[in-house]
Design a protein around this ligand. Structure first.
Ligand code: MSP
Length: 653
């Protein structure tokens, strides 16, 4: 990539319907890339917008009994609102109905017409009136039926304007072959080359107004409007000043990445390059086609009622978690499956367990041991050197992975460092160091784990801007350093943390309880059809004596062993102890009403039994993720513990 500037674009979206996950995905991807490049101190321009002309929009307007302009003005708001909600940091939002864009399209059309690169000719085709589309004879089914709706088509001869696309076939094949980064991933370049094996025809770039009036009028014939794709593709240059602000255009063009979905490959890799070539404009550096989000293995479609609504996902799980999931789950270029189960699994493991857990451990330890002030480290031992090498590997590899468009792999490297942070905490056991009075080593451990978190949060900031700012603020960072942390500066090993005072943070990512998604169905556009009632014979009901439960009912309660790693009294509540417990490597906080019977040091280190699948609750404003078991009578209270040695996280039953 050109390292002096970065210009990224998304497709411009049709305003015939509300935005869905496909639109959200490309726009978040562009946003993440833009944010990374800004953080790497590379001047960046990020363009997105809406495609407002053409048949789809006209049709939607007719259905809604609106004028096409009203349809555009209503729907564009939904896109803009979603981008606001998703924290999209675009530098410009282009609408193809913007007067400046229309002028540029008309100037280009006129120029190509004057140079005989656009000409008028008769076009003969089979037109389907209900579908409002032309088909060639070989497309038709059973004689002259429309392949889409199976109704008879009419043979129409229509005059139209054509762009001499065929002139550029040989040139384009050669260009693709000699510019391996031009179309990415490489297999998409092969797909385009496959398409170019057939003779390339000229492109019909007009529609007679008698058939479709909603479009940009041809400057040389006011009986016609411009074909929607010819108009739309031009947004990528009109949006950065082509013909209106030459300085701006020179600054940003050529685009670094046109991000597109795989379904709009031909328009971007055949129509667009030949249009640019005819205009004498430099080629894009890269056109990158990503895969599709599927629901399970199925294509998302309105009729199946399985379209994921991004607004609802964000309302339920938070914007940053949604952004993270989309970026981490899809290997760029391939299809990926969106299921709520996969979302919950990744959220709980990467965000709640690995990252959230490490943060809460580090903050709590530091608050307890040094009153929250991040100490000066002593000389690093092997463990610290290994830990810092792990995060520095992420610092080095993430920008490289971004250049190779392997964002999910880059995020995984950061997550590996975070997991190493959790292992480091377990291995160095700062709570034991504190008990033994090994202050120097304790300080080093506290500092190093905070430093790991600072670097990880900086690297993850473009993906989760809000949450990572919260994290950095918990470490005591403020102002720009927390709001816009600089990735470019992660390489200098300056100690920026020692002396900062940490702030307590409840839970960066609250764990999602497993039963929640099942209880609430996946957000759908339409309710899914109820499953057909099968005519199975009903099993005879067995009478259950009152007060008894079945074994299945018992096993709905997950009892697990847990080790108490930290314990402290809750200020102002003489019955409560706040515990940090280890449940098989997962750290949880638990508030227990045992303070009148156990001093914190009496419970510390015990292996207790907890109800692990209890809905988290707030007790005196403190979150409790589970409940410990204890026996109580008039004489006192005894905690249920395990007889002998048993690791934490073991199921009981
Ligand atoms: N208006 C044209 C693009 C013109 S660009 C000069 C268009 N618009 S669209 O609104 O129909 O689609 C926009 C993008 O959404 C496409 O890149 C398409 O691939 C993407 N997606 C639609 N459904 C999708 C998924 N299920 N998953 C991922 N992206 C998908 O085409």
């Amino acid at each position: 990539m050109n390292d002096k500037k970065f210009y990224v674009s998304t497709p411009i979206y049709y305003v015939n319907d509300k935005p869905h996950i496909g639109h959200a995905y490309t726009t978040i991807l562009a946003d993440v890339l833009a944010r990374y490049h800004r953080r790497l101190d590379i001047p960046t321009f990020f363009l997105t917008g809406t495609d407002e002309h053409g048949q789809k929009v006209q049709k939607a307007a007719d259905e809604h009994r609106m004028t096409p302009q009203e349809q555009c003005d209503t729907t564009v708001v939904r896109f803009k609102e979603l981008w606001k909600k998703l924290d999209i940091s675009n530098d410009h939002f282009i609408r193809t109905t913007d007067p400046e864009h229309k002028k540029v399209v008309q100037a280009i059309l006129q120029n190509l017409f004057d140079r005989d690169l656009i000409y008028k000719a008769e076009y003969e085709g089979h037109y389907c009136v209900p579908c409002e589309r032309f088909f060639t004879a070989k497309d038709l089914v059973e004689g002259n039926l429309c392949p889409e709706c199976r109704r008879p088509t009419n043979n129409i001869v229509e005059s139209n304007y054509f762009f001499r696309m065929s002139n550029y076939q040989e040139w384009l094949i050669d260009y693709i072959n000699t510019h391996p980064d031009f179309i990415q991933p490489a297999f998409r370049a092969n797909e385009t080359l496959g398409f170019l094996k057939q003779p390339l025809s000229d492109l019909c770039i007009s529609r007679p107004k008698s058939r479709l009036a909603w479009g940009i009028e041809l400057p040389f014939d006011n009986d016609y409007v411009c074909y929607v794709w010819f108009d739309a593709l031009i947004n990528y240059i009109s949006g950065v000043g082509y013909m209106t602000d030459e300085e701006k255009f020179k600054k940003w063009w050529p685009v670094s990445y046109h991000l597109i979905g795989k379904d709009i490959l031909t328009t971007h890799t055949v129509y667009w390059p030949t249009m640019l070539k005819a205009m004498g404009v430099e080629m894009p550096q890269s056109i990158f086609a990503h895969g599709w989000w599927l629901t399970g293995r199925e294509k998302m479609s309105k009729s199946l009622g399985n379209v994921v609504n991004p607004m609802e996902m964000c309302d339920r799980y938070g914007v940053d978690a949604f952004r993270y999931f989309l970026m981490a789950e899809m290997p760029l270029g391939q299809d990926a499956s969106f299921t709520e189960e996969a979302f919950v699994t990744r959220y709980n493991s990467d965000l709640a367990n690995d990252l959230g857990n490490l943060l809460s451990r580090v903050v709590k330890m530091t608050l307890r041991q040094t009153n929250g002030v991040i100490p000066q480290p002593e000389a690093y031992g092997e463990d610290e050197k290994d830990l810092m090498a792990e995060i520095d590997r992420a610092v080095a590899e993430l920008p490289q992975m971004l250049d190779e468009m392997k964002l999910n792999r880059g995020l995984e490297v950061v997550m590996q460092a975070i997991r190493a942070g959790n292992r480091y905490m377990e291995k160095t056991a700062p709570w034991t160091l504190a008990k033994k009075g090994e202050t120097g080593r304790l300080n080093t451990v506290l500092y190093c784990s905070a430093e790991l978190l600072r670097k990880a949060a900086t690297l993850l900031h473009p993906v989760m801007p809000h949450k990572m700012t919260e994290l950095l603020e918990a470490l005591g960072m403020t102002g720009e350093a927390a709001a816009n942390p600089d990735i470019a500066q992660l390489n200098d090993d300056k100690n920026v943390l020692s002396g900062l005072k940490m702030n307590d943070i409840l839970a960066l990512f609250l764990r999602i309880q497993a039963e929640e998604p099942a209880a609430k169905p996946l957000p759908q556009e339409k309710p899914a059809k109820p499953a057909k009632q099968e005519n199975k014979p009903q099993a005879a009901k067995t009478e259950m004596p009152e007060g008894l439960i079945t074994i299945d009912e018992f096993f709905r309660t997950q009892l697990k062993t847990a080790k108490v790693m930290e314990a402290e009294r809750v200020e102002g509540a003489d019955k409560l102890l706040k515990l940090q417990i280890d449940v098989g490597g997962e750290m949880r906080q638990l508030v227990a009403g045992v303070a009148q019977y156990y001093a914190p040091e009496q419970i510390l280190g015990k292996t207790i039994v907890i109800v692990a699948n209890l809905k988290p609750a707030k007790i005196r404003g403190i979150e409790s993720q589970g409940m410990l078991l204890a026996a109580k009578n008039a004489d006192g209270l005894k905690i249920v513990t395990i007889d002998g040695n048993m690791p934490s996280g073991i199921s009981i039953g």
